[in-house]
Design a protein around this ligand. Sequence first.
Ligand code: ARG
Length: 457
Amino acid sequence: MWGGRFAEGPSAIMREINASIPFDKALWRQDISASKAHVAMLAACDIVSVEDARLIEDGLDRIAGEYETNGVPENWDLEDIHMTTESRLAELIGPAAGRLHTARSRNDQVATDFRLWTRDAIDQVDAGLAALQRALVAQASEHAGSIMPGFTHLQTAQPVTLGHHLMAYYEMIRRDRSRFQDARRRLNENPLGSAALAGTGFPIDREMTTQALGFDTPTRNSLDAVSDRDFALDYLQAAAQCSLHLSRLAEEFIIWASQPFGFVRMPDTLSTGSSIMPQKKNPDAAELVRGHAGRIIGCATSLMVSMKGLPLAYSKDMQDDKPPVFEAAGLLGLSIAAMTGMVADTTFRTDKMRQAAEMGFATATDLADWLVREADIPFREAHHITGAAVKLAESKGVALEKLSLAELKAIDSRIDEGVYPALSVEASVAARASLGGTAPDQVRRQVAAAAQELGIT
Ligand code: ARG
C-alpha cells in the first residue's frame, strides 16, 4: 500500500510489531460502514464516478459477507483491518478499489471506526446496566421491609432494610449509566474527512458522512480529530468506575455468603465447588467480578499512559489504544451479566439477617433518640447515657431491650417503660422515614421512582 518509496520490505520483526490486525479486526463492521459512507459521499461530490462507487460498495458488501462467514483473515503484511479490507477489495473489483482511499487517511479512518465501535459498546453496556437495575428493583421491592444489620466499618451500626441496601446499588448504577451517556454525547462527532492531519484539498461533504454514520456533527479541528482518544478514555474511565461499583456489590455477596454471615444462598449456577472439599460452594463469579475490576482499571490506566506524552497529530503509539478498550468492554460485559444473575437468583436468608440485626446493639441510637425526644435530654448527654446501658448489657451478655427497667433507671432515672417499643429493630427502621431513609415506606418510594425511571409499569 505504501511501497513506492522503499527499496526493501519490512523485516520479520517490523511486520510483527506493526501488525494490529490480530486485534483491530474487531472493527471490521465499523470499517465497512465508514468506507461505504465515504465512497457514497465521494460520488455525490463528483470525486469518484457513480460507477466506481457502485463497484466499491458492492465489493464492500461482499467482503462483509465473507468476514461474516469465514472471519477476518490475519495477514501481518497487511498490517490492519483497513488495509486487509482494501486489499481484498482490489482482488474483487480491480483498480477501482484504489479510488476508495481518495480524500481519506487511515488516521481519520481509524478514529472514525473506533468511535463507532465505542458507541456500540456504550449502547450495549447501557442495556446491560438497565437489566441489572431491573433485577435490583425487583429484589428491593420484595425486600422493602426485610431487616438486616447496617454497617459502618463493617461493624453493626443500625438496622436497615435489605431493599434500602440494594437500592443504594441502583443509585450507583444510575450514575454509571449517566456517565456512559455523557461519554456518548461527547464521542458522537465525526472525524472522517480530517484525512491524515490537515484536512483535504478535495471538495468533500463532511455533513453527508456525519449523517450517514449517525454522528451529531463533524469534528471541528482535523489535527485534534486524528489525535484525539478522549472518547476511548471517557469510555474506559466510565467503565472503571462502573467496575468498582460491581466489585463492591460482588464483595458484599462474598461476605454475605460466608458461613459466619450466612445472609444469602448464592445461585448454584454462579458458584463452583472444590475438587477436594465436598462441602464447598465458592462464590467464584463474584470473586472474578472483583478481580476484573482491577483489570478494567488497568485498561484505563494503560491508555492514559499511552496518550500522555504524544505530540500532535497521530503517532503509532495510538495503535495500542484498542486492546485496552476491547479488553475492558469484554470484562465489563461479563461482570454486568454475572452480577445481574446474582442479584436476580440469590435467595436472601431474611431470618439470618434479622437475627444479626438484633445483635450488636444496633438500636442503641434509638435509645439515645428516645431520651432526646421523650426526656428532652441533649443528644450528647443521651449518647453518654446510652453508652452506659450498652456497657451494662454487654457485660451481662444480653441485648439492650433485655435490661430490666430497674437496671435502666439506675443508669438514668428519666427512662421509663415507654422506651422498650423503641428498641425493636422494626421500630428502628420504621422511625427512619426521612427522605431517602431506610424505613420500608421510603424504600417503596425509591422503588416506585426507579420503576418509573426504568419504564416498568
Ligand atoms: N493500524 C493503525 C492504528 O490502529 C491505523 C492508522 C495507521 N496510520 C498510520 N499513519 N500509520 O492506529
